[in-house]
Design a protein around this ligand. Structure first.
Ligand code: UDP
Length: 340
């Protein structure tokens, strides 16, 4: 029997655990945090509003396989994410930039208004030093479409939230879950196969130096106002230190909730380096020079064969949720074809 450990109970670890468990392997999943779900973790707050503890996670994809796989574990609500950008005069305009935005801001000022200041506070880097794929996530549109993910066929949220979805995926007799359990190096000899979504530098004891990650400090407030914003997220174009605010009740709009009738909960995001936030690592930094990726590759070369990196931090890649799931399904299949 192959002894399998999965380090990290986030999206990738959960998907791999389920796939292996269904193929009749017993798997142990550990996570240093006291909860499942990784950065997708959500919880009902004191007035019954579902809050994403680690910032907004909006599920969007055109990948039918991924949707079908998840649909085994959750019902959905339709939710199409909208964002507006707040200009310096307080005016809210469509974002990503579309033809309506251009009525308020001249085309020549797009980069300096919407991208340069936001990117600086988000990454603490100049726009020119960052890989262009980062800002290409929010391309300028030549129409009036004001959706944040205009091209994705599926834009859904798990009906009862992400944590419930994860619970359901973990609910298998071949999965043994141990929360509040950090990875330690001695564990390596206890297992034949280890999938790790831990930041790879941390997993390797920083033997080749630290990889940079961006982190976010979340400032959450409940205020006695029924509703604050016309859309779920407002991006700030000012010079900082905050990037955006999310009003949670706008996602699950139709959820009946008397307590939240006269109040709303918002979370404001303040990016920082991981060292300024308890070494919580959220975003790998994709620099144009490729130095970070080079260091990542050095780590990969030192990994024992039985260790398989997964997820955003394990792969040091800015993966969206659907990509993380797709990769987790693929790696599970690949490994199963070898060990079954
Ligand atoms: N971005 C920006 N202005 C914005 C929104 C995004 O400059 O108002 C840039 C910024 O560099 C950001 C990247 O585009 O990190 C990707 O944005 P996205 O909203 O996809 O970030 P996420 O939701 O993953 O944090």
């Amino acid at each position: 029997m192959t002894k399998i450990l999965i380090v990290g109970a986030g999206l990738s670890g959960t998907v791999v655990a389920r796939q292996l468990a269904e193929a009749k392997h017993k798997v142990t999943v550990i996570d240093k945090r006291p909860h499942i779900g990784g950065n997708c973790f959500d919880f009902m707050n004191e007035i019954g509003i579902l809050v994403h503890k680690y910032g907004p996670h909006l599920f969007h994809t055109s990948n039918k396989n991924v949707v079908e796989w998840l649909s085994r574990f959750t019902e959905w609500i339709e939710y199409k994410h909208k964002v507006k950008a707040m200009l310096s005069n307080g005016k809210l305009v469509s974002f990503p930039v579309n033809l309506d935005t251009l009525k308020e801001v001249d085309e020549s000022k797009i980069i300096d208004t919407f991208f340069r200041p936001y990117t600086k506070k988000m990454w603490n880097m100049e726009l020119e030093d960052l890989d262009p794929s980062i800002i290409q996530r929010v391309p300028v549109r030549k129409d009036h479409n004001d959706l944040y993910f205009p091209d994705d066929s599926y834009q859904l949220m798990p009906k009862y939230g992400y944590t419930e979805l994860f619970k359901s995926i973990f609910n298998h007799r071949n999965i043994y879950l141990s929360l509040g359990t950090p990875w330690t190096e001695e564990m390596i000899s206890d297992y034949d196969l280890i999938f790790t979504s831990m930041p790879i530098d941390e997993f390797c004891g920083y033997s080749k130096g630290r990889l940079p990650y961006r982190s976010i400090k979340f400032h959450t407030y409940t205020v006695p106002v029924p509703n604050l914003f016309p859309v779920t997220t407002i991006n700030f174009t000012h010079n900082g230190p905050y990037t955006r605010v999310t009003e949670w009740k706008n996602i699950y709009k139709n959820m009946k909730n008397d307590k939240a009738k006269y109040a709303t909960t918002i979370t404001i995001e303040e990016p920082c380096s991981d060292s300024e936030n308890n070494f919580e690592k959220f975003y790998p930094v994709k620099d144009l020079s490729g130095i970070n990726n080079k260091r990542y590759q050095e780590y990969i070369h030192t990994l024992p064969k039985k260790v398989i990196p997964i997820g955003r931090c394990g792969l040091y890649k800015y993966l969206d949720m659907d990509e993380a799931i797709e990769r987790a399904l693929n790696i599970s299949q690949k490994i199963l074809s070898k060990i079954n």
